[in-house]
Write a protein that binds this ligand. Structure first.
Ligand code: FES
Length: 102
């Protein structure tokens, strides 16, 4: 199983915001849902939109390109849960957001 890798400082991402970062060479979206951090692939399954630039509403992020919406905790599409993007395990240590990509 992969190790946790630093994605960003927790203080860089306010509650209700998301960001895109490269983690170990992969584009990852990081979300701060009321102080709890989540991570998914940054790549929307529809046409590859950057989810880290999307609009976060509670646990759901809306893709900035065509508004497909994803649960950031599970990676499931809000309209069709059979569609899933990778959702990654996250922990915060010493003020750093760490992500396990597998
Ligand atoms: S690329 Fe995300 S909704 Fe189209």
């Amino acid at each position: 199983m992969a190790d946790f890798v630093r994605a960003m400082a927790a203080a860089e991402l306010a509650p209700g915001r998301c960001a895109e970062v490269m983690v170990a060479g992969k584009p990852v979206a990081i979300y701060n849902v009321d102080g709890t951090f989540f991570a998914t692939s940054n790549v929307c399954l529809h046409r590859g939109g950057p989810l880290g630039q999307g609009l976060l509403d509670g646990r759901h992020v809306m893709c900035p390109w065509h508004a497909w919406t994803w649960d950031v905790a599970t990676g499931e599409n809000a309209a069709n849960p059979e569609l899933k993007i990778p959702a990654y395990e996250v922990k915060v240590e010493d003020g750093q957001v760490l992500v396990r990509l597998d």
